[in-house]
Design a protein around this ligand. Structure first.
Ligand SMILES: Cc1cc2nc3c(=O)[nH]c(=O)nc-3n(C[C@H](O)[C@H](O)[C@H](O)COP(=O)(O)OP(=O)(O)OC[C@H]3O[C@@H](n4cnc5c(N)ncnc54)[C@H](O)[C@@H]3O)c2cc1C
Length: 416
């Protein structure tokens, strides 16, 4: 038995893009249903950096106090290590105007739970967990809904959800994007990332972000309230070799590059504690087709360099709401509604291009050189010299990371 239901806006995917979009559209009083395939948001090793642009947005939405009450740590600066053991302060968030003078590290599930709780206060909002979109419903080349099925054997019936517009927020492996025949262009990324946790100890630096380079290895650790979330970078395709070499060899690699972690490295009990992320960077040339729009990772999967994926996804959602809500209020349909979808693509492609271009440069000048063992003599000279001798440059770097290009503001009807 297939249940048929209807909403005005069907949002597929309850990640940062989908949940923020659901909240904003509902605050405009327009019926919106978010569909998330998992039963909860409790997946580990998802992105969890919340940049100043997103914190400012949460303040505009009246959610700043709830956000600040979530367990979190903060990054106040980022530095690069020098061969003599010193550090060069590259980006200094304290040069930005408070309270938007840091990057917060918040478990993504806490952020999503908080946003969904706020959205549930809106009568126009609903969310269905444990339901996966399996494809689009199309009539005469126009997407008019999605096919839904209980995810991984969950209880429930298949469903056809009809909508005025479908927004694909289903991440970098977007099912809806494929079903709609939209193909992203992939860009070369030289590395994958292996994530694991190590305990925090008294005396660990609380707020700094400093990559460590040694030989061909790169490690970056994010201080969290009670543990370090650690990322190990190695050339793409190394996973089988890392696992074949075994946990002892992996521990030794980490301890060599971060001697301060050596005493606690046994917390990695086996290579099962090390989660590989197949890093990808891609972007759609066209983000929409009639009746359907892709945003967030579904439109542009980001490299983890700079940790900006969540923030771009959130900004996409804000721009989408700002453009789509007036169109839906005027009950635009057909080509008129498509123009709104195209306007989102026009508005959000430039920031995605700028950030992905910056990430490609970082891949070349930092990661590729590190994997060739060429960073032993220190990081690239020009940005370091500028940061060292022209202090305002540290604020420029910090602003670029904290706000990124074309940050969005909450539309007036969504503010509380
Ligand atoms: C290991 C890792 C670490 C990262 N670290 C950072 C970081 O530190 N900072 C940062 O900013 N970014 C980071 N990122 C990237 C960041 O997580 C993403 O860019 C961001 O979450 C994208 O948001 P999104 O809403 O577009 O997609 P996603 O967060 O991928 O959300 C998509 C949602 O759709 C759901 N879904 C998928 N398919 C279906 C379907 N068929 N039906 C229904 N639901 C579906 C998924 O379950 C998921 O909840 C990281 C990513 C990974 C994987």
């Amino acid at each position: 038995m297939v249940t048929v239901s209807r909403t005005r806006v069907a949002v597929v995917g309850g990640g940062p893009a989908g949940v923020v979009l659901g909240l904003l559209v509902a605050r405009a009083g327009i019926e919106v249903r978010v569909v998330e395939k998992h039963d909860d948001f409790n997946r580990d090793f998802r992105g969890d950096t919340v940049h100043a642009s997103t914190i400012r947005l949460l303040d505009e939405l009246g959610l700043g106090d709830r956000f600040r009450a979530l367990p979190q740590s903060r990054l106040d600066d980022f530095s690069l290590p020098m061969p003599d053991g010193s550090r060069v302060l590259l980006g200094d968030f304290s040069r930005l105007r408070p309270p938007y003078d840091h990057v917060a590290m918040v478990p993504q599930w806490d952020l999503l739970d908080m946003l969904v709780t706020a959205a549930r206060q809106e009568p126009a909002f609903s969310i269905s967990m444990g339901l996966a979109a399996t494809g689009t419903i199309e009539e005469n080349g126009v997407v008019t809904g999605v096919h839904l099925r209980p995810y991984r054997g969950a209880d429930g019936e298949p469903e056809e959800l009809r909508a005025d517009v479908v927004i694909a927020c289903d991440g970098r492996d977007s099912v809806l994007r494929s079903a709609a025949g939209l193909r992203p262009r992939s860009f070369q990324v030289p590395f994958d990332t292996w994530w694991f946790r190590l305990p925090r100890e008294p005396g660990d630096a609380a707020t700094a972000l400093v990559p460590a380079f040694d030989g061909e290895d790169v490690v970056l650790s994010f201080p969290r309230p009670d543990y370090h979330q650690v990322a190990f970078f190695a050339p793409k395709g190394s996973d089988a070799a890392i696992r074949a070499a075994g946990v002892e060899a992996f521990r030794a690699r980490i301890a060599r590059i971060r001697p301060d972690f050596a005493g606690r490295i046994d917390a990695i009990a086996s290579t099962d504690d090390v989660h590989v992320l197949d890093v990808r960077m891609d972007r759609l040339a066209r983000w929409w087709k009639p009746g359907l729009l892709c945003i967030g990772d579904a439109a542009h999967a980001m490299s983890p360099a700079g940790g900006v994926g969540i923030n771009l996804a959130v900004q996409d959602a804000v721009a989408t709401a700002g453009i789509l809500v007036p169109a839906l209020r005027h009950d635009l349909r057909g080509a008129d509604l498509d123009r709104a979808l195209a306007a989102v693509e026009r508005r959000r492609t430039p920031p995605a291009v700028v950030v992905q271009t910056a990430q490609s440069v970082l891949h070349r000048v930092v990661f590729e050189r590190a994997f060739r063992g060429e960073l032993q003599g220190g990081p690239p000279k020009l940005p370091v010299l500028l940061a060292r001798w022209v202090p305002p440059v540290r604020g420029v770097y910090a602003r670029g990371i904290a706000f990124g290009p074309l940050p969005e503001h909450a539309p007036s009807w969504a503010r509380r």
